[in-house]
Design a protein around this ligand. Structure first.
Ligand SMILES: [Zn+2]
Ligand SMILES: [Zn+2]
Length: 471
């Protein structure tokens, strides 16, 4: 009995859990962990992923897709983290530290511009891993902006030096450290030492990796929305427009960020804080607190004399700085973009309000000649809401469509029963209209059959019993 009680209060993991390799900035990526987990249990990574972690996924998943799902900060990443935690028994937070999910609530949760298309690796790091028994891929290597290994000051490689093929994040053929195609050692490559500028940029990007050190020491809790609001407030007495102009953004987006209706994309964060000369990764990861950010913003504003100039111009409209661009001339493209985004905004509101029939993201994007990514980055919340409405709409429509099939099915069943035949597939279909089989797919018919048969039996039995009683 004890044993049963024990099993009940301790949920069992499906697989044996491995130690996560690397600490702090050197922590391994989730794809690397899942790969090692699979080989440890002597099963192929594709089997582990398709059976336990992401059921329903076809084994032919491609490179970027798996990294943008596993190592990233998207909604999908959240689901994957939950699954991996469930099957290994590791705490969710520990699994999440192998991804960038800590940025999920801060910026527009997309892998665009964040995760690199192909796997990169440092041959030196692989070499040193051999001595410590296990090779693994660092999470930082998945980042698009990381091109160098900061430990060895060398360029990361993205191809096999033997056969020149790009490497998948999760090889289903061989273990980490070997080429997926020619199966030769990747760690035998000679490291290339290159420019310092790339090294600095890599370090900035690599600081996006969440390390436990940061968690303890002053991760501030202010969301990026609060930070941006505080930054925009420093432009007082000028409007939000002055802030938007200063950081080279359009007003519509800026208003969206400040109201929280829209989350800024990664690239917007880079642009805004680069313009203010504040290290953007430190803002995102909370290494700078709000006070420091505000001080740095004030410096940037006073350095360029933005407010003084605007006030001066207001007092005396004819005075205009030589170096200041003409407001009417410069941002033609920006004006066009703002007009377009307002137009899209109105259209989305109409769909949400119900005056326009909902449609898919791709259709909306195509209608305004923009990409789906652009649409999502500008109107994240609205697009999400529309997707829900659209899915509901589709479900309702297919339900209405099936009504005709349902009544046809019941009629056929009745005829079959009256003829005294069992309700087999063949017997029931015999009484169908010919065009029914053409109008509906086999799956639809079979689904309706599954839905109707039990109900029908219930009624039929009651009928029979009543009949028997009356005799
Ligand atoms: Zn290295
Ligand atoms: Zn190769």
């Amino acid at each position: 009995m004890h044993h049963k009680e024990y099993l009940r209060c301790h949920p069992r993991s499906k697989v044996r859990c491995l130690d996560i390799l690397g600490i702090d900035g050197d922590i391994e990526s989730l794809t690397s962990f899942v790969g090692r987990l699979a080989w440890h249990h002597s099963i192929k990574p594709s089997v582990l992923v398709c059976e336990l972690i992401d059921p329903g996924k076809s084994p032919g998943f491609c490179n970027l897709e798996i990294a943008s799902g596993f190592n990233s900060m998207t909604l999908k990443t959240g689901k994957i983290i939950g699954r991996v935690a469930a099957i290994t028994g590791e705490p969710i937070d520990t699994v999440a530290s192998m991804t960038f999910f800590h940025l999920h609530d801060q910026i527009e949760p997309s892998a665009r511009g964040l995760i690199s298309h192909t796997k990169k690796y440092c041959p030196q790091c692989y070499c040193e891993d051999v001595s410590s028994a296990c090779r693994y891929d660092r999470l930082a290597w998945s980042l698009q902006g990381v091109t160098h290994c900061k430990k060895h000051n060398c360029l990361l490689l993205d191809k096999c030096t033997h056969c020149n093929a790009s490497q998948p994040y999760l090889s289903t053929k061989c273990e980490i450290g070997f080429c997926h195609y020619c199966e030769q050692a990747l760690f035998s490559a000679y490291p290339k030492h290159e420019s310092v500028s790339g090294l600095e940029k890599s370090e900035v990007w690599a600081s996006l990796v969440r390390s436990d050190f940061d968690l303890e020491n002053g991760y501030h809790s202010d969301s990026i929305q609060v930070v941006l609001n505080e930054v925009a407030r420093q432009f007082y007495p000028l409007s939000v427009g002055a802030f938007a102009d200063f950081v080279n953004s359009d007003r519509h987006s800026a208003m969206g960020w400040l109201s929280g209706e829209m989350k800024p994309a990664l690239i917007s964060i880079q642009r805004v804080f680069d313009r203010l000369e504040i290290p953007w990764t430190n803002v995102l990861t909370g290494r700078l607190n709000l006070k420091e950010i505000v001080e740095m913003t004030q410096k940037a504003i006073s350095r360029e004399g933005v407010i003084e100039r605007a006030v001066l111009r207001k007092e005396n409209p004819r005075v205009r700085d030589q170096d200041e661009p003409d407001v009417c001339m410069l941002p033609a493209k920006r004006k066009r973009n703002a007009a377009l985004s307002q137009k899209i905004d109105r259209y989305l509101d109409q769909i949400i309000g119900g005056s326009v029939e909902p449609t898919s993201r791709a259709r909306i994007a195509a209608q305004f000649c923009v990409s789906v990514g652009y649409l999502e980055s500008l109107f994240y919340l609205k697009v999400k809401r529309i997707s829900e409405i659209y899915n509901h709409h589709l479900a309702e429509r297919s339900d209405r469509r099936l009504d005709a099939l349902r009544s046809e099915f019941i009629a056929s069943l009745k005829v079959t029963y009256q003829a005294g035949n069992p309700p087999t597939w063949k017997n029931v279909c015999q009484h169908f209209h010919e065009d029914m089989l053409k109008r509906y797919t086999k799956t639809e018919i079979s689904n309706v059959r599954k839905e109707i048969l039990p109900k029908f039996f219930l009624f039929y039995r009651r009928d029979k019993a009543e009949l028997a009683e009356s005799y």
